[in-house]
Design a protein around this ligand. Sequence first.
Ligand SMILES: CC(C)(COP(=O)(O)OP(=O)(O)OC[C@H]1O[C@@H](n2cnc3c(N)ncnc32)[C@H](O)[C@@H]1OP(=O)(O)O)[C@@H](O)C(=O)NCCC(=O)NCCS
Length: 206
Amino acid sequence: MYGRTESASSRFGLLAHGWTPMRLGGIVEQMHTLARYPMPTTIRPEAPSDEDPIEQLTRRAFLSHPYSQQTEQFIIRALRADHALSVSLVAEEDGRVIGHIALSPVGISDGAAGWYGLGPISVEPKCQRRGVGRALMERGLAELRSLGAKGCVLVGDPSFYSRFGFASNPALVLEGVPQEYVLSLALGASSARGNVQFHPAFQATG
Ligand SMILES: CC(C)(COP(=O)(O)OP(=O)(O)OC[C@H]1O[C@@H](n2cnc3c(N)ncnc32)[C@H](O)[C@@H]1OP(=O)(O)O)[C@@H](O)C(=O)NCCC(=O)NCCS
């Protein structure tokens, strides 16, 4: 039996290994610091070695998405194969790909040029809700601006995308999709009007 005055650390033999209460306290403090200041996230263009990690992360991120047909990873692959991934950025932490955003050209029936479709975008489920999605969105839109893009359109939940300026515009229609989920953002002074056509890669199923 242990004496009443023995501390928890001595009971578990920690003191015998040089783990004084002061050292243990220091480690606990470091753990609190790491929790307060999480791993730095790098946003960078995809590299060839990212292709598999992007597919795996996209599959995991959309697994429980209520409207997903679980084809998003195939869409990215098909866009890449058709050289239509105009912007493809990864979020990397500690050497691991934890987020991805894809942007590809779209057609608009009025002939407006320079419009892009955003998506898929995904963040590793256990890394969500700590700013990675925002960082990918902001950098993705900045890349579009530097390409001289006129605008961006996507299908998604306004409660997430409205914070980046996206809104439903009755002038832009995507056949078969309820208007409130067709969101767009003009990046210049010009506007577009008509039916939006995403790249055929969005039909990829395998
Ligand atoms: C949607 C997704 C990319 C967001 O990534 P994230 O890293 O969790 O987002 P962030 O932490 O950067 O959040 C940015 C802001 O959006 C909010 N937000 C995050 N996810 C949201 C959601 N699903 N709905 C509404 N708001 C959301 C955050 O609260 C945060 O708000 P704030 O700016 O007021 O602080 C991520 O949840 C995901 O991969 N989901 C599964 C795949 C998916 O749904 N893709 C989009 C398909 S349309």
